[in-house]
Design a protein around this ligand. Structure first.
Ligand code: SF4
Length: 269
């Protein structure tokens, strides 16, 4: 299953020969991912490789578990992009040779060599979406319209596991810790907004500048259990692939669990 330009880049020669008219193989892979170019337009790819790729492109490999090797591959990709352009596109800023963006209200940066810098612990659940965002995000501004995880690109395929590892986990924490929502607002620089979808509380976070996420909490009552739903902006997949949105959301749920078990926020979440 092709879920990000990196999946397409894998089969390219990576010689950056420019015969396709793009400056780099990564730029070509991104254009194919967005549907603006066809794989066949790379003259260096043979027919057999294209056919084999097309055949396997529809097979779902499951939600990726973030790993060090994958993280290192993304860091390597950073070396071949222009960070100044990426900063303009993603809502970041340049500080020296580093692109710095706000991740959940905290500075998170990367330099031209792919080294990461942040005041908080470098957690792969945050670092991988951060890198995918600056590498492949299109910089589309949020629309203000909210959709559920299952409405994301192929989100329905991993919705059950998303519910288990993110929504139900946050619900359990909110049920057990009445001040959890306040913690979310305080620790993650969240913002309580007008109640959406008839929820009792709606809070918007910005895990990445152009990727807002809304947590809605329905308190228990009238014989009904409480509920938590996480929503994404309709533009989310223009800026981040579904696997990265999954990773980021699960990471937030894990950070919240850590906050409540350590009875408060520390810089080393
Ligand atoms: S023609 Fe193929 S190998 Fe050459 S830059 Fe384009 S995508 Fe890369």
């Amino acid at each position: 299953m092709v879920k990000k330009p990196l999946d397409i880049l894998e089969i390219l020669e990576k010689s950056n020969c420019r015969e396709c008219g793009e400056a780099t193989c990564l730029a070509f892979a991104s254009a194919v991912f967005r549907g603006q170019r066809k794989l066949q337009e790379c003259p260096r790819l043979d027919k057999a490789a294209i056919e084999s790729f097309s055949k396997n492109a529809g097979k779902r490999s499951g939600v990726k578990v973030p790993g060090e090797a994958y993280l290192n591959r993304l860091k390597g990709e950073v070396k071949i992009i222009d960070l100044i352009t990426a900063a303009q596109r993603t809502g970041g800023r340049m500080i020296g040779d580093r692109l710095v963006i706000k991740v959940l209200g905290k500075d998170f940066g990367v330099d031209t060599e792919g080294n990461l810098y942040t005041d908080i612990h470098i957690n792969p659940y945050v670092a991988i979406p951060f890198l995918n965002y600056i590498l492949y995000g299109q910089g589309v501004d949020p629309s203000g319209n909210w959709i559920s995880y299952r409405e994301l690109k192929e989100g329905w395929e991993s919705y059950a596991i998303f519910q288990k590892r993110c929504e139900r986990m946050i619900k359990r924490l909110a049920d057990e810790h009445r001040d959890l929502i306040d913690d979310i607002v305080r620790v993650f620089n969240g913002q309580e907004v007008e109640k959406q979808f008839k929820a009792d509380i709606s809070v918007v976070l910005h895990p990445l500048p152009k990727v807002p996420l809304m947590i809605c909490y329905w308190k228990p009552g009238d014989g009904l259990d409480s509920n938590i739903n996480v929503f994404f902006d309709k533009s989310a997949n223009h800026n981040l692939d579904t696997d990265s949105l999954f990773t980021l959301s699960v990471g937030i749920a894990q950070m919240l669990e850590k906050i409540v078990t350590t009875h408060g926020f520390t810089d080393k979440i």
